[in-house]
Design a protein around this ligand. Structure first.
Ligand SMILES: Nc1ncnc2c1ncn2[C@@H]1O[C@H](COP(=O)(O)OP(=O)(O)OP(=O)(O)O)[C@@H](O)[C@H]1O
Ligand SMILES: [Mg+2]
Length: 254
């Protein structure tokens, strides 16, 4: 796994010298409270990069700032060579950054399939392309197809998480932002969700994965960033972070 991670990382960097996402000196505040400070981060095309950190480290704020939901108070975000700092969220989605938010946030009264269709709102494509994407998502998560006509609110927590990821995929992301997809799930479902995240990455989707489950995230990622009190404390290959003494103590339980 370690050697594979390193070779995946160098392959991505060699084949694609320009990052898909380049974050420089990014800051964001809630009123007077600074939640993230001076963040530098790159994601190369095809990479799976994880951000790990404790409660309140600023992980969600960082993703919100990337997707335009939260204002940047300093620094810049460049995506596919264009400056997208503080662009409206719908414009950022239309450029191909799709966000599966923390806490799932599915539309409970709507059916599973209608939730997926909502994820395609930014796409001006024919019905056949959208149906093909829905079929792809049902292939990844067969239980969603079984429950396609049921209200999303009747799904289990794990199934709602699958639906939230599926809805983000309906935007045909060039970059998929995932915020704590394993939160509140049983160990069995955690491995199922992480298997699918890895599969999506193998299919070519570039992924930025925020997780408190540092071990599971680092086991599937190419590289990782450790966020502490709103700042990047460490950045290395996932294999190196899994071996790092301070990371093991603080985030891996030994
Ligand atoms: N709406 C808000 N208003 C004021 N402060 C906020 C708000 N949301 C977050 N914060 C503060 O910003 C900091 C970063 O929070 P954030 O939610 O980004 O962390 P996180 O790493 O995602 O945490 P968690 O692992 O609990 O999801 C924390 O100190 C938090 O208290
Ligand atoms: Mg969070």
């Amino acid at each position: 796994m370690g050697a594979e991670s390193l070779s995946r990382e160098s392959a991505a960097a060699v084949e694609n010298p320009a990052p898909a996402l380049a974050v420089r000196g990014l800051c964001s505040h809630y009123g007077p409270v600074q939640a993230i400070a001076d963040i530098d981060l790159d994601v190369y095309p095809g990479e799976l990069v994880t951000i790990v950190g404790a409660n309140g480290a600023g992980k969600t704020t960082l993703l919100h700032t990337l997707s335009g939901v939260q204002a940047a108070s300093g620094g810049s975000v460049t995506f596919d060579g264009s400056d997208i700092t503080n662009r409206p969220a719908h414009r950022i989605t239309a450029r191909g950054i799709c966000h599966s938010p923390e806490g799932r946030q599915v539309f409970a009264p709507l059916s599973v399939e209608d939730n997926l269709l909502l994820g395609a709102f930014a796409r001006r494509e024919d019905k056949a392309a959208i149906q093909a994407e829905i079929a792809h998502i049902y292939g990844l998560f067969p239980v969603l197809e079984e429950k396609r006509a049921l209200a999303a609110g009747t799904l289990s927590g794990g199934q709602q998480q699958m639906l939230a990821i599926g809805r983000a995929l309906m935007g045909r992301p060039k970059l998929l932002l995932l915020d704590e997809p394993s939160m509140g799930l049983s160990p069995l479902l955690v491995s199922e969700i992480f298997r699918v995240i890895r599969e999506l990455n193998d299919q070519g989707v570039t992924i930025l994965l925020v997780e408190q489950n540092a071990r599971a995230a680092l086991q599937i990622a190419d590289r990782g960033y450790v966020l502490e009190s709103g700042r990047v404390a460490l950045c290395a290959s996932a294999a190196e972070l899994l071996q790092d003494e301070s990371v093991r103590k603080a985030y891996l339980g030994h």
